[in-house]
Design a protein around this ligand. Structure first.
Ligand SMILES: *Cc1c(COP(=O)(O)O)cnc(C)c1O
Length: 361
């Protein structure tokens, strides 16, 4: 067996212990004689799996009782529609556009009501987070929307925007469980799990109870109402059962690792290794304003497209996979999520140093 260092932005690396455990339980989950994949979502065994997953997530994130945790399908992208459909009571919402994912969410919201772009960093290829301390938040906005960590561009909100009392909605797909958060600052926190938690096919929505109502936009399908899923503890219909089971294992792995404060410390240490090198390198450099750098996604370039391509190719041959940058940015991107071991980053930097020595001149 040869595992590579997988720097994919998503679907992304998962903890090896989790994959091994899932493999061990594949044919016979805890004496049931069947795989979790083959199991009724109404069975006692599965009930324990989903309830424990929720309890562990609540413990990890310190989620208050007046927030619901929903395990849904449709990816993060389906939330781009579900949020306005359920939350736009005044048909007005403010969007801070800091990358492609925020832009897509904004464009989707325009279908359902008046979405206002109140800040953007598109003028500089989304390489920074705009000052959000005093934005023109609409008087009757139903919510203010952000993408907290910008997977493609490698920026992260280090302080949350001043929403002037309006409900904050955040897409945290690529920074989910990477550090502690104060859930009470948000109305909705959601993320596709395939970046930092589990297999694609599950999206987790953490939503304050008062935001879950029958008062949704006319025509909202039953499956796209938060209330449907909330009233049925995410079991209105068949949930992405196997995916939730893996998420649950990752939650237990995170607890064993010391929880989110320990994760933050580890992630900072990992990112520092790469950023320190990018700052001193004469060949590679980061593409993002320093104070806005993400701990999870690290884009960098040499400034020469041919050399970038050569680097990606040689890195792959050396066992460093998926380092090619997003097609809209070019260059390289190393995604260093929770499950990327520190050795992976150390070895990558070693490899980059060698490449620099061979190609500078
Ligand atoms: C990957 C990603 C998405 C899209 O996720 P899907 O599950 O593919 O819809 C949305 N937002 C962010 C921040 C992402 O990283």
């Amino acid at each position: 067996m040869a595992r590579v260092y997988n720097f994919s932005a998503g679907p992304a690396v998962l903890p090896e212990e989790v994959l091994q455990e899932a493999a061990d339980e594949m044919l016979d989950y805890k004496g049931t004689g069947m795989s979790v994949m083959e199991m009724s979502h109404r069975s006692k065994a599965y009930d324990t799996i989903i309830k424990e997953a929720e309890a562990d997530l609540r413990e990890l994130m310190n989620i208050p009782d007046n927030y619901k945790v929903l395990f849904l399908q449709g990816g993060a992208s389906q939330q781009f529609a579900m949020i306005p459909m359920n939350l736009m009571k005044n048909k007005k919402a403010d969007y801070i556009v800091t990358g492609q994912w925020a832009k897509k969410a904004y464009q989707e919201a325009c279908i359902y009501g008046q979405a206002n772009k109140i800040a953007s960093s598109e003028d500089k290829t989304f390489s920074y987070i705009p000052d959000c301390s005093d934005l023109p938040v609409s008087e009757d906005a139903d919510y203010v929307y952000i993408c907290e960590n910008n997977t493609i561009y490698g920026t992260k909100f280090k302080t949350l925007p001043n929403t002037k009392g309006k409900t904050l909605v955040a897409d945290v797909s690529s920074c989910f469980l990477s550090e502690p958060v104060d859930v009470t600052k948000y109305g909705v926190i959601y993320g596709g799990v395939q970046k930092n938690i589990g297999p694609a096919g599950v999206v987790i929505v953490i939503i304050r109870e008062d935001l879950i109502t029958e008062d949704v936009l006319p025509g909202t399908p039953t499956m796209l109402k938060y209330k449907t899923h909330s009233d049925n503890d995410s079991l209105y219909n068949t949930p992405p059962a196997y995916g939730i089971y893996i998420c649950g294992k990752v939650f237990k792995w995170l607890k064993k690792k010391g929880g989110l404060s320990a994760m933050k410390e580890y992630n900072e240490k990992k990112a520092q290794i790469l950023y320190d090198y990018l700052d001193e390198s004469k060949l590679f450099h980061g593409t993002v304003r320093k104070e806005d750098r993400s701990l999870m996604n690290v884009p960098f370039v040499t400034g020469n497209e041919e050399l970038d391509a050569k680097f990606v190719k040689e890195a792959k041959e050396a066992g460093f996979e998926n380092l090619k940058g997003h097609r809209t940015v070019g260059g390289m991107r190393a995604s260093i999520y929770n499950a990327m071991p520190i050795e992976g980053v150390e070895k990558l930097v070693e490899f980059m140093k060698k490449f620099e020595a061979e190609n500078l001149g």
